[in-house]
Write a protein that binds this ligand. Structure first.
Ligand code: FES
Length: 157
């Protein structure tokens, strides 16, 4: 006579057992709920973060003076939008919105080339934010820049 001592073996009798099937269903539901919680919780936390006060932020410390070398740039958050602080090869500080005026891609400073590039459609701006070439319909919005203590401040006014 065949006897099954293997604990992993599930016989037809076990599957037909409503108590065991009920337990397995509950265990599967519990695992599903836990997994969903682990996936959804971080997403909900991200979505719950308050949107930056883009309309109310009028100035921000974009960088420390010591962090910027000539012919460099950095992207920083200005309210709810990215902006770009540029230190030209001559050492002049400039700041612009980092959003291309064509289709809103983020632009980047091209070190050694004296221009700002939008890689999406090869749009190029000069270091005054004016369009050099490509599809952008207008210049980048420029912000005021000044030093305050150790900080470089960018202001909308
Ligand atoms: S989005 Fe910048 S050139 Fe098209």
């Amino acid at each position: 006579m065949f006897t099954n001592n293997c604990p992993d073996h599930i016989s037809n009798n076990d599957l037909a057992n409503p108590q065991r099937r009920s337990f397995l269903s509950k265990a599967l539901a519990a695992v599903s709920i836990l997994f969903t919680g682990f996936v959804l919780y971080p997403m909900l936390q991200f979505l719950k973060q308050p949107l930056a006060k883009g309309g109310t932020v009028s100035r921000v410390a974009a960088a420390k003076i010591s962090e910027m070398t000539n012919d460099s740039a950095r992207i920083f958050r200005f309210g709810d939008s990215p902006a770009m602080l540029v230190k030209t090869p001559e050492g002049e500080l400039k700041a612009f919105t980092a959003i291309c005026t064509h289709l809103d891609c983020t632009v980047q400073y091209v070190k050694g080339k004296r221009h700002i590039l939008c890689a999406c459609h090869n749009g190029k701006y000069d270091l005054n934010g004016q369009v050099l070439s490509g599809p952008p319909p207008r210049a980048l919005e420029e912000f005021r820049v000044f030093e305050e203590g150790e900080d470089i401040i960018v202001s909308r006014t």
